[in-house]
Design a protein around this ligand. Sequence first.
Ligand code: FMN
Length: 329
Amino acid sequence: MRAPTFRNRFTETFGVSVPIIQGGMQWVSRAPLTAAVAEAGALGFLGALTQPTPDDLMREIARTRELTDQPFGVNLTILPSINPPPYDEYRAVIIEAGITVVETAGSNPASHLQFFSAAGVKVIHKCTSVRHALSAQAAGVDAVSIDGFECAGHPGEDDVTGLVLLPAAADALDIPVIASGGFADGRGLMAALSLGADAVTMGTRFMCTAESPVHENVKRAIVEAGERDTELIFRELRNTARVASNGVSRRVVDILSNGGEFADVKDLVAGVRGRKVFEEGDVEAGIWTTGMAQGLIRDIPRVADLIDRIMAEAADVHAAAGSGFAVSV
Ligand SMILES: Cc1cc2nc3c(=O)[nH]c(=O)nc-3n(C[C@H](O)[C@H](O)[C@H](O)COP(=O)(O)O)c2cc1C
């Protein structure tokens, strides 16, 4: 299958050849996946906090550069925490390593922007509402990636799906808008472009590729799962997260919806359990992130083949889309 060429303000701004981003994924977006995405012409992000220390991030960036000479970025997820990671040190490594694009997520990135901007690093801020996207634009980010309710991870608390969120954001913003959440194929990409987005971000779809470092059992679980097989945990805590439906996530939902508190689920949601899922392949061991897009995922392709396929499908949809219109004379 020969992929068509594509150009728009997203590809021009970020120096890539397809309007596709591999979003930062904790424990998943490491050198082999992000380098494969870069080699295939899309924009991949390493997860900064997947690396235990800023020095480890420096080494992971070097490892990625051994695998590709194409551009790639780093995701910096800024979450409120009792013992926050040394964000400023991770930021300093990103700048020192000469990374040219960062994906920020979580809290408002305003306090980091002057440093990135002074170093010529472009910032794509990931958020879940038009109002947060407007704040990010006002703070000076270069683009926003907007996660709809369908997404893996944190969809926010508004429950607005991409079908409304994307055109609403495209109408309100001047900077490029990237559609995130629920995208897995060329139909989705064309839909996003039609709704006013400049590109798509995919997480779950990239987690289920040959180069993704998660255990084969996790990939097979995604292929077998349907669009209904996710749970929304932490709703009561106003920190909603979309994760795989399994015995652990269903128990967490049950405990919290019956008046339990975070302390009652703390052990169930521990990060070490989730890591065990990805590393050892026991998909019932803990909480692990996946999105509704798994209902569209039926294989475990190599990244380059996936991207070629998505672009070819999008071109087919584009060609077919106009065929129903009749021009009256
Ligand atoms: C396993 C996994 C881990 C993720 N970890 C992060 C993260 O650490 N930071 C972040 O900003 N987004 C994270 N995400 C969200 C993705 O970057 C992306 O926004 C999301 O997956 C888009 O929805 P989709 O999965 O439907 O494509 C994660 C997603 C997955 C599947």
